[in-house]
Write a protein that binds this ligand. Structure first.
Ligand code: AMP
Ligand code: GLY
Length: 420
């Protein structure tokens, strides 16, 4: 079959790498893709958020399966447009994507299905929000309701920070996303992510991971989209994983179905774990980046079968074959990220690094020009390795990153430290 992936980051490169290995995949396309993805797929210049353009392309190239990577096309209803055109699609409807698009929606779902999460209140007016924050005291968590590219959350350790965050959000610093605000109880514990496919009814776990959000070593510096990740997450023991499934994820899937908006795609659940209890921090409706890179190098070609079963509503019969392995992904970012950074700098030394199924340099923000690889984004590469132990994966990833010659880039040297 011919397959189209929407998106152009490290997550989509990892998806493309895994899908291309499956014999069911004839021709693979990616829109818009990047220089790394171009090594395994035909990159096409269509806007992934323009559903009609995507449908036209699918007709022209006889595409029979579309995999949607990022949240923006999902929020824009591209999965709905594709399904209405009769095209098999991996990714939730716009209605089901509300689980990521609106934090208040997720809180309401948790209330309705009894999932354990932080206590919260929802506000549309600044003064009422401030009164509530003063009553509750710090620490407290302030969240812009809508999509804010991972930047709409302020974990306030003191009252002043919380009140300033409210002024900023209601003052428009996140645009429409901040017009509504969710205020949450501060949860302590260790965070981990759990990835589960659902066809609307059945669920299939795809693995656990932990990421590093801060830019610099020792979890210092500004928040980013993620500077590295590893899988599995040791804190997600079999017992906690069962609890997360039975007390949060399955009830959520049932509640979404009951409302007539079944969730079909990958549900990425962030949990805070303390004293053996997982509590939901948030949902995303897509794979994490760079968590996806660590998951894909562990799963390989079977990913396509799982994504197809998910889209076809056949997850009840689907299985994942797990190797007892570990993966780790280190992000190489442009100096200055997550703030302003230079574009167009040259990356050398990328040849000959990839090593079958154990090591792959996934591209997140690159372009090819005159035979050179140029950095075009903030997060640029994700060096991802797999091993029998996390230590092996760690050693392999870091030995590889040292061979890459990119003076204008930086990476964290301590990815995975909590688990090592
Ligand atoms: P979110 O975008 O909702 O995942 O929030 C970003 C980060 O803020 C999370 O990964 C947590 O580290 C932190 N966070 C969010 N909500 C809470 C909470 N209720 N208590 C403690 N930390 C939180
Ligand atoms: N790495 C975090 C995310 O993809 O949202």
């Amino acid at each position: 079959m011919n397959i189209l992936i929407l998106g152009g980051g490290g997550r989509e490169h990892a998806l493309a790498w895994a899908i291309a290995q499956n014999p069911k995949c004839d021709q693979l396309f990616c829109a818009p893709g990047n220089a790394g993805i171009a090594q395994v797929a035909d990159c096409v210049n269509i806007n992934p958020e323009d559903g009609d353009a995507v449908v036209d392309f699918c007709a022209d190239e006889s595409i029979s399966f579309v995999v949607i990577g990022p949240e923006a096309p999902l929020a824009a209803g591209v999965a709905d447009t594709l399904r209405a055109a009769g095209i098999l699609t991996f990714g939730p409807s716009a209605a089901a994507a509300q689980l990521e698009v609106s934090k208040n929606f997720t809180k309401e779902i948790c209330d309705a299905c009894g999932a354990d999460t932080a206590a919260y209140a929802h506000f549309t007016e600044l003064e009422a929000a401030k009164t509530y924050v003063r009553e509750q005291g710090a620490p407290i968590v302030i969240k812009a309701d809508g999509l804010a590219a991972g930047k709409g959350v302020v974990v306030a350790m003191d009252l002043e920070t919380a009140l300033t965050a409210l002024d900023d959000m209601f003052g428009g610093s996140f645009g429409e996303a901040g017009a509504e605000v969710v205020i949450e109880e501060f949860m302590e514990g260790e965070e981990a992510s759990f990835f589960v496919l659902s066809d609307g009814e059945n669920v299939l776990p795809m693995g656990t991971a932990q990421d590093h959000k801060r830019a610099f070593d020792g979890d210092q510096g500004p928040n980013t989209g993620g500077m590295g990740a590893y899988s599995p997450a040791p804190v997600m023991t079999a017992e906690i994983t069962e609890k997360a499934l039975n007390e949060t994820i399955i009830p959520t899937i049932k509640e979404m179905a009951k409302r007539g908006t079944p969730f079909q795609g990958v549900l990425y659940a962030g949990f805070m774990i303390k004293d053996g209890q997982p509590r939901l921090v948030e949902y995303n409706v897509r794979f994490g980046d760079p968590e996806c890179q660590a998951l894909m190098i562990r799963l390989g070609a079977q990913v396509l079968d799982a994504l197809l079963a998910c889209a076809e509503g056949n997850l009840a019969d689907a299985r994942i074959n797990w190797a007892d392995d570990h993966a780790l992904s280190v992000v190489y970012a442009a100096d200055g990220y997550p703030g302003a950074y230079e574009k167009g700098t040259e990356i050398a030394g990328l040849e000959g690094l990839d090593d079958g199924s154990k090591l792959h340099v996934f591209h997140a923000g690159t372009a090819a020009k005159d035979g050179k690889t140029l950095a075009t984004g903030g997060r640029v590469l994700a060096i991802t390795a797999r091993g029998d132990t996390l230590k092996q994966a760690h050693a392999k990833a870091y030995a590889t990153i040292e061979k890459i010659d990119w003076p204008e880039g930086f990476y964290r040297t301590d990815i995975g430290y909590r688990a090592l």
